[in-house]
Design a protein around this ligand. Structure first.
Ligand SMILES: [Zn+2]
Length: 174
C-alpha cells in the first residue's frame, strides 16, 4: 500500500468533469488502487476521496464513514463508480471541509436526504438512499467528479473572505 499525494485547489484535474469508466477496464487495477486510496484517506482523517484528488481521471470515489454515532464505531467503506444522484430532499447549512483545501472550513448548503445510483467495487449496480453525514459525503464526492468544489457553494457574500483565506493557506500546501 502507499499514501498518495492529494491534489490541491488550483490544479486543473480538480475542475475536470470526469467521464464514466468501463468497470471491466478498471477492475484489475481496483484492489491496489482502493487500498491506496483508503490508506491515504485514513492518513489524513478524511471522510472521502475522489479519483481526481489523487490525479486520476476515473469517475470513482471512496467514502469511509462510521457505521454508527458511537465513539470508535468501525468505518464502512463505500466505493462509488459512475455515481449519479437520482433525487435530493431537504436542505441544511453545515460546515464542510475538503482534503484538497486543507485548513479551510466553510458553511455550505446540502440536501439532507439523497438517493444515489452507482456501481460498487464488485461491479454491482447499487441504488442507495442516505441521510446525514453519508448524504453529505455522497454530494461532496459526486461534485468532485463533476469538477466542483465545496467552496463553489459558499454564500456569494462570503466568497471574498474565502478567497483571501485560500490565498493565505496555499503557501502551506505541497
Ligand atoms: Zn473534497
Amino acid at each position: 500500500m502507499a499514501i498518495l499525494r492529494i491534489t490541491k485547489y488550483g490544479e486543473p484535474i480538480l475542475r475536470q468533469k470526469l467521464k464514466p469508466v468501463n468497470y471491466a477496464d478498471i477492475a484489475p487495477k481496483l484492489p491496489k488502487l482502493l487500498a491506496d486510496m483508503e490508506e491515504t484517506c485514513l492518513a489524513v482523517h478524511g471522510v472521502g476521496l475522489a479519483a481526481n484528488q489523487i490525479g486520476l481521471d476515473y469517475r470513482l470515489a471512496l467514502i469511509l464513514i462510521p457505521q454508527s454515532d458511537e465513539e470508535n464505531a468501525p468505518l464502512k467503506r463505500y466505493v462509488i463508480i459512475n455515481p449519479v444522484i437520482l433525487s435530493k430532499r431537504g436542505e441544511k447549512l453545515e460546515e464542510e471541509g475538503c482534503l484538497s483545501l486543507p485548513g479551510l472550513w466553510a458553511d455550505v448548503k446540502r440536501a439532507t436526504d439523497v438517493t444515489i445510483k452507482y456501481i460498487d467495487e464488485n461491479g454491482v449496480e447499487q441504488v442507495k438512499r442516505a441521510r446525514g453525514l453519508l448524504a453529505k459525503a455522497f454530494q461532496h464526492e459526486v461534485d468532485h467528479l463533476d469538477g466542483k468544489l465545496f467552496v463553489d457553494l459558499v454564500d456569494p457574500k462570503l466568497k471574498p473572505e474565502v478567497k483571501k483565506a485560500i490565498k493565505k493557506l496555499r503557501s502551506n500546501w505541497d
